[in-house]
Design a protein around this ligand. Structure first.
Ligand code: IPM
Ligand code: MN
Length: 355
């Protein structure tokens, strides 16, 4: 089969880690007889520097015309002082919205080989954990009405959280469908003791839960959830939550896996076309040094094979290769703890050798 993949390398370490994932995809294509055609498009600071906007029209068109999209990361200190709507991050929200990618899957599991990297006490993670965070991605406070105005104390800023029943229903269905293929437990996370959006969220999730009698559905307040993630992460199977709570909790979940450099993500809508990206950022401090951990992006490419192209075996091959390399003791600097570390390119070479 032939697949057209749009590449959004972006900023910082983005180009290096996307190049790694491309090499892995090419190797897997060669092994299984698939042809991946890659077309790069500008996004983020790189786009600002060369064409003056963070998300050029051509990029949106290219992504919508592709079979799937692989993204590195956007942003960096150079563009931090730009107004909100010109920031590189705005491009990320823009492309998620333009592609109608309302689902963000963020798996957080503890690799046995990396147990020692987990900051939690050994007895807490003895049995490991395997969590799938289902984050709503095109609604909530990220996309609500915002602005500046004069208030009681003078100048003030506001952002609004808004969720429709429709938006909650569709992300809840994704969570329950996901749970059906896993341990059949969904924890819905909200702040229903304070927020009206959360009360509608909770009510709607339970209505959808009735369509899935085999799945256990419980609620948890977000502050408690932040605590439970470090107290006993193994209690979670699928988590479903809003855009902002999902953003925050997925960073927390990533850290207990040992390194944020390990976590992939898939952003999906109603078509097979998705956007795949590591959950970490552009890490400007280590950009261009060939030391970034490419694993999150390589695993994101594996998620693309699985979710967009239904190439489960090919995806498993990549996941197994990453497992093997880690079990063999190879590490990049973020997980090497001062011991010998492989470069980005060397880590990619090792993974390709194991395919
Ligand atoms: C993420 C990032 C983005 C988000 C930023 C860069 C806009 O933190 O993908 O988690 O908040 O969604
Ligand atoms: Mn984030």
């Amino acid at each position: 089969m032939n697949y057209n993949i749009a590449l959004l390398k972006g900023d910082g370490i983005g180009p290096e880690i996307v190049d790694s994932a491309v090499r892995v995809l090419e190797a897997i294509g060669k092994k299984y007889g698939h042809v991946f055609k890659f077309t790069p498009y500008l996004i983020g600071g790189a786009a600002l520097d060369s064409v003056g906007v963070p998300l050029p029209e051509e990029t949106v068109k290219g992504c919508l015309a592709s079979d799937s999209v692989l993204l590195g990361a956007v942003g960096g200190p150079k563009w931090d002082t730009l107004p909100g709507n010109m920031r590189p991050e705005k491009a990320l929200l823009g492309i998620r919205s333009a592609m109608e990618l309302f689902t963000n899957l963020r798996p957080a599991k503890l690799y046995p080989a990396l147990k020692g990297d987990c900051p939690l006490r050994e007895d807490i993670v003895a049995g490991g954990f395997d969590i799938m965070i289902v984050r709503e991605l095109t609604g909530g406070i990220y996309f609500g009405d915002r602005g500046m105005r004069e208030g009681k104390y003078g100048e003030e800023a506001y952002d609004t959280e808004c969720y429709s029943r429709f938006e909650i229903e569709r992300i809840a269905r994704v969570a329950f469908d996901t749970a059906m293929k896993r341990d059949k437990r969904v924890v819905s996370i909200d702040k229903a003791n304070v927020l009206d959006t959360s009360r509608l969220w909770r009510k709607t999730v339970h209505e959808i839960a009735e369509e899935y009698p085999k799945v256990e559905c419980t609620d948890m307040l977000v502050d408690n959830a932040a605590m439970q993630l470090v107290r006993n992460p193994a209690q979670f199977d699928v988590i479903v939550t809003t855009n902002m709570f999902g953003d925050i909790l997925s960073d927390e979940a990533s850290q207990i896996t040992g390194s944020i450099g390990m976590l992939p993500s898939a952003s999906l809508g109603t078509t097979s076309r998705g956007l795949y990206e590591p959950i970490h950022g552009s890490a400007p401090d280590i950009a261009g040094k060939n030391i970034a951990n490419p694993i999150a992006t390589i695993l994101s490419a594996a998620m693309m094979l699985r979710y967009s192209f239904s190439l489960a075996k090919e995806a498993d091959d990549i996941v197994n290769a990453v497992d093997k390399v880690l079990n063999d003791g190879y590490r990049t600097a973020d997980i090497a703890h001062g011991k010998e570390a492989l470069s980005t390119v060397e880590m990619t070479d090792r993974i390709i050798e194991c395919l």
